[in-house]
Each structure stands twice: as C-alpha cells, then as structure tokens.
Design a protein around this ligand. Sequence first.
Ligand code: AKG
Ligand code: FE2
Ligand code: ZN
Length: 683
Amino acid sequence: MDCTVVNNVKAAARRGKEVKKVLRKQLKASHTLLKHEGISTASQPTKNLVVANGGLGNGVSREDLSAAMKQFGNVESLFMPPQKPYAFVTYRSEDDARKAHTQLNGQKLQSGENSVTLYLSYVDSEKHKEEVLVHFPEELALVEDFVSPEEEILLLAAVDWSTSNQAQKALKHRRVKHYGFEFRYDNNNVDKDKPLPAGLPEECLPVLHRCLQDGHINFLPDQLTVNQYETGQGIPPHIDTHSAFEDTILSLSLGAKTVMEFRHPDGRVVPVVLPERSLLVMKGESRYLWTHGITPRKFDLVPACETQSADHSEPNLVSHGGLTLSKRGTRTSFTFRKIRHEPCCCAFPSACDSQGGSSPCPPSQPSLPSCHADATRLEEEYVHRVYDAIASHFSSTRHTPWPRVCHFLSALQPGSVLADVGCGNGKYLGVNPQLITVGCDRSSSLVQICAERGFNAFVSDALSVPLRTDSCDACISIAVIHHFSTQERRLAAVRELVRLLKPGGQALIYVWAYEQEYNKQKSKYLKDHNKPQNGEKSKDKPEEGQEPHEEPSVLTTSHLDNNYTGGLKDDSKMTESKLSVHTNRTAFNSQDLLVPWHLKGRKTRGEEEFSSSLHTTNCPDSKLSPSVDTSQVPGGSSVPVFHRYYHVFQQGELEQLCIEVTGVEVQTSYHDQGNWCVILQKE
Ligand SMILES: O=C(O)CCC(=O)C(=O)O
Ligand SMILES: [Fe+2]
Ligand SMILES: [Zn+2]
C-alpha cells in the first residue's frame, strides 16, 4: 500500500473511533436523562430533540443555543428549563431535526466563556413542558397594560423626590416615599392616627377609579408607598402586616419590568414577571400567606416569549421553560393600600399578627435558626442544595490536599481504617494508599465525583454516618462542621466522629476561622484579595489554594448589597439575627454568614460534563431558590451566584466544643491558613 492509502485507512479508523466515542457518550447521556430526570429518549427520529449539555445549567445561553439550532431548519420551540444541563428543541419538521442530529451531535458549542459538547437524542413528545408549569399563588392577579404610556409618565412625574421629608427615605436597597400615612419600617406598621399632610397624588385617582370599576377593589385606598429600585436593588421577602392594611393590595409597576418572587410557607416559590405598566392585585391567600419580595440583582430570568404563560388558555400558569435574561432598569412601583382599623380576622392565623401568628420567616430570608427545624431548613437550602449545584465547579477548584492534613494521614499505620466524613471530591481519599479509606458526603454530586475517581464513598449526613461504632482507626472532618448552623448540631457532628473511632483512634477536624489574620500573618484567603476578577491564576489551571476554603472567584458582589438582611426590617435597626452576605477575601465581621460562590462553567472532561452537572439539579427550582442569584461577569454574560451558610469559629471555640464530648481528649490544636484545627483521641 502506498502512503496515501495507509493514511486514508488510518484516518478512516480514527473517524470510526470518534464516531463510536460520540455514540457511546450520547448513549450515556440518554441513560443519565432517564435515570435522573425520567426523560426517555426515542429510538426513531421525531421532530423533538433533547440537547444534553445544552442547558442553562451548563452556562449555555438561549441566544447561542438558538443560533446553533437554527442552522439546521425552522425551530418551532426552544425550551430551556432553569438550572438544567439540557434543553429541548422542537423543529417544524422531522427532517430538520434529523439534520441537526447528524450535524450537531458530539460537536462543541461555545457560549460565552463556556465550551460544551452537545449530545442530541430524539424524544417522543413535549410532555416535559407540563412538568415545569407552576401555578400562580391563589388569588393573585396580574393585569398587563393597566395604565397607558402617557399615564405612566404622568404618574412618575407626580412623585417629587427632591423634597425630602419624614415620609421619604433612601433605604439601603431602594428609595421610598409615603402618602396618606407613613409606613414605619421599625415596627412594620402605620401610625393610624397620624395621617400625613399630603394625601394621595391626584394623578392616581383615575387609576384607582378604574380599579374600582374593574372590581379589583371595593374601597378607595388611603395609603400609597412609592418604591424606586435602581438596577440591582430589591425588597426583602415579606408579608404586608395584616393589622396595618385591609385585604387587597395593589401594586403598579412603572418604568421597567422586574421579577417578584412569591413564597409559600411550604417552600413553593413562584417568580412572577411584572411588566412595566402592569397592575398586580394581591388578595386573600396571596396577600396574607405568601411572602412577596424582589431579589436585588441586575438581571432576571424571564420567559423568552413576551407573555407570562406558555399556554395562553391558562393565564395563571408561569412557564419555567424558554427563559432568557432580562436586564433590569429603574423601576418605580406604586403600592396602594387601605389602612385597617379593626384587628385582622383573616383565614391565615399562622401569619396574622392580629391572631397571635408570627411574622413569617421564610427560608428565603435566612436568619440564624432558633430551632432544630429552622436549622435543617437553612442547611438544606444554603448548604446541601448549593453543594449539589456547584459540585462540578467546586471540585475543579479542590485539587491540592492540604499539607498538614496529608501529614496526619501519612502518619497513620498501614492498614488503618480511615473515614473521611464530608469527603467532598475525595481529594484526601487517595493521599495514603496504605490506608483503607471510605468517604461520605451529604452531596450526591460530590460522591459521584469520588466514585468516578475510583474512591469508596457514599452519601451520608455527618450527623448520622452508617458505620459501626468503634470501627475506625482515624476520621477526618475537613471544612464540614462550620456548615452546621447551631452549636447543638456542631456538637453532634463531633460526637458522631468520635463514635466512629476505635478506642485510641484519632480524629482531625478543620473548620474555617473567624480570625483570618493570626500571629500577624494574613491567611492566603485574605492575601489573595487582589487576584484577577475570575479568580484564576492561569487560563487552564484551576485555582489551587492552600486552605480548604479557597474561593474560586472574587467577582464583585455589588449586585448583592453587602449585609442584605431581608425582611422589611432591613432598613434600619432590627437586623441582628439576619445572616449577612460576606464579601469574599475580606475579614469576617460576623460569625454566621452567607458566603457567595460564583458558579462558572468550565471545560470539564468529556462526558463528565454532562453526568456530573446532571447531578447538580436535584433541586428543580434552584435557579429560583433564594440561595442563588446571578452576577454579571466582564464580557456581559451572567453567572449564577450561590450562597453557602458558614459558622466561622473563633479562637478556642473548636476546642471548647470538643471538650464537651465525653470520652475524648484534645491532643493538639492549631491555626492553619485561616482554619482552626484539632486532633482528638478517643479514650
Ligand atoms: O415594589 C413593589 O411592587 C412592592 C412593594 C412592596 O411590597 C411594599 O412596599 O410592601
Ligand atoms: Fe409589600
Ligand atoms: Zn390576618
């Protein structure tokens, strides 16, 4: 054979191999879709395709995916469920779908900073859409185009922000002006016998009369609060105090659209897009039981089509599919209410201050928990869900085992049994190959990564590890216990570690320290303050830091005002119990806080990209969950920002905790790169 023939044969063989590889990966993607999402793919071509790795959850934008798909024909619909690593495309014809399948399967797609490999499979129907439709809260109505553009101008001009008086305030997150009665943010109520000199601006009257005529209200409101939000500002989730105002509350949106989130005490979250010039009518359950709030951010995820609902016959459904990012502008809202003069006797006593109910504290407005149930809710939302969602990116920043942890592991006798409780991506499981190691973590996504690396790991809560008492020669708990939100639970976590140890066995515990400067030495976490915006040292090497808490990103959190505390009480005094949002790489100013994680799509290895990101989605609404936000990155794209709860330990606190556990002795304690550490020995 001559050289060309040989080369052609080799090239054909190479191509054959590549085709096989794509097929293998596509098959794997189909299996994962079925196993984790219940989506079954079709063996015969249809006009519907599921595009694995082409989801918002992979950092793929709607625009980029849409452009890629349109190359092959007429796209009837493109459906991108929030936070999911896949998208659904329906072509007008099966032929176009077939073309897309042939041309795009196994191909790379660049979207912003992300490069992903797409795997396409046919699906039978569009059934998936139904599953992501969420109902509006009961008795909530939205009337679009309630005021004309001319009325909008008139109304906006009626607010004179230049005259400052008691009834006008520049709050941390927006500015407000009150008419009729002042709403007091210190007691969340109004002084009913102190009406303001100025009644409601007369420009409002035609609008209010229309509300009466249309039956939205059956009384004229006597109180108006005008809120003005700049891009990036919001209002914490709250229920307008029952005893202060009558049932129906009207909110007119002017100037720009926004997304208001409604939350039910049972955890349901419904984002409602409020277009400019629309009227929101909150009545009954939606007024009394659901909280409403606007997350401070610069972009919102809104349905790509202009209407709220995917299904026009069902106006009270919110479509979670077909989303796109919408930049916020300055929004001014007019909230009209009627002062209540008798106690409220609504049907929602649990949320009614007139009936001895408590003011709501939804998970979206995290405070330090005051009971066990609150603690588990907080950790679920601000620890477990977050780690599951960021697992793949998190893992890519956790490469270098920590020297002093390695030293501990290396000093153990060959054949020792080691349990790594909260093992993350398993970076300590292979440090000393002479040990018999087993890891566990609360995050199934991280456990999956361990498994892919060939480590022994299982999903377990650190408070209840399914291993026998006295079964381990050593245990490690690295960067875990600071995620428990009460002293009681932190103590229980230490107890559980000790339970696993054989008598004489040792446990090494690391927790993040409040003191990031120790012996006049700044921790690496602080020293890296001036790292480049994306937090990487070089393009292809993920950040590797010394401490277990290296943050992958030091993007500005300006979209989220620092110390955003939630609750209407954010505005002045009563903020103590609310968790503040920490600014990465700065000193801590509180022991209990939320630490932002800027999720970045990374080029990951082949199919892992799909399988591991799929595991990040066991929280179907995590995109809409309070622990997630988005921030803008240079270049204009947006990255989700997650918030993790931490309790950072003060000097001596970890030892104190360990001393409370009987049958164990603190052998050593030290400060290591911004962490407090102890080695315990079981008696
Ligand atoms: O801006 C809005 O539409 C809502 C304002 C609000 O909820 C309030 O002032 O209580
Ligand atoms: Fe409100
Ligand atoms: Zn009430």
